[in-house]
Design a binder for this molecule. Sequence first.
Ligand code: ZN
Length: 274
Amino acid sequence: MWNASTKFEGDLQEGRLFHAYFLSGPEDQAPGLLERWSHLLLCRDPQPADGHLEPCGRCLSCQAYLPEGHPDSFWPRGSSLGVEEVRQAIQFASYHPYVAPRRVVILGPLRLMGAEAANALLKTLEEPPFGTVFLLYNQSRLEVLPTILSRCRILELTGEVQVPPEVVERVARELREFREGKVSATQLAQRWAQSHGDQPLLEVLALLLRDALALYTGGEPQAISAAEGIDLGPLWKGAADPWGLLLELRRHLAFHVQAENAFLQFLLRLEVGA
Ligand SMILES: [Zn+2]
């Protein structure tokens, strides 16, 4: 927590704020930290105290600050983060602040965001409204569209989910064999349903889709090297919206749709565009 806060407060103190921050960290800690940061952003005169910054507590903006909200901050705290919430956030960001030096939008956890909402947010981050700072969070970076992350200053509260490289390799190989017709969707869904409880399969799929997108757009894959002979590029080219499919898979598993069925649907739809 120290590191992320020190970096953020350094940016604020040195007057070089980014228009968007992404904080990865546990969902029971990240929102609290972002609330503190938002108060600092809203205060007109943050004060140094014990090597930290504290809101002054006296300015007009601090006086308007309540834990439930502030006229210059927007934080939808529902159980979903749909395109409607993102549109409201974008509209909010387009106005001048009332009392604070800037406006603040807090959004998260981003895993709740569907593909449409993620695209709306991405467009805004590509052409950010002047005078608004976006504070975004999610437990794992792997669940967030890489194009969104590339527009943010990334700060980490705690380490990422650790994904063993041998699992990444195995899943990549399985996906390739599936696309080459060497293993059927039913077979692979069965295998994944058996192993997903004790392996970070969704995180691995997220990593692989990110790599596939990187390869497709001429970037560098991170999880697996092209030298290993696993070309994931066509994955992205083929299916209409692999990221949307992964989000749907995650929802299905969270809502206890039978795992084998959830994986089967994912694979069949991934195959459609092949
Ligand atoms: Zn203040």
